[in-house]
Design a protein around this ligand. Sequence first.
Ligand code: FES
Length: 189
Amino acid sequence: MFPMVPYYNLAELHEILKPQMPKPYSGMWEVYSEMIPALIKQCSDPNYYTKRDIPHALPVPSNDTKMSSLQPDANGWVAACTDDEVAPGDFLRFDVGPRTFVVYHAEDDRKFYATAGKCTHGAADLSDGLVTGNLIECPKHNGCFDFKTGEPKRLPVRTRLATFPVKVYRAVILLTLNVVRPCTTSRVR
Ligand code: FES
């Protein structure tokens, strides 16, 4: 789940993440008494899943905001990078004032996309995550979003990620912060 964390730091990582995880099972009996009825129900309803309470995300610490001197023009457009800085399948973080964004270069249609840079679940930096196809996976709890639409695709994320229109002008990738497709809550299984 966290392949870059050395094994001797897992205990410390566990302490940090524990308050944000579902309550652990008390033993194998509790696991099987939930798992076996769920497997039986899935025989007739493949979409059935076990609902577990997930704690609310922790507030973002106020000192987590870094300031960039980059500012949008009068029409709200701001230059993020040049097109050769983001290879197909890759993505790039950039900041405007105190806000952070991510620009993506989709492999399938070779177009550029942009989203807010903070996960809507626990405000982790999505630029530290992983892109697979059109999905960005959050590095903190492995929630996923479709970066083209902002739709949440894997729990624990439930709230849509804001996305921003992008245009390429003379090899420069610009996005407008005036038009934002807002965060809304969607159902994810
Ligand atoms: Fe929890 Fe992103 S911070 S999934």
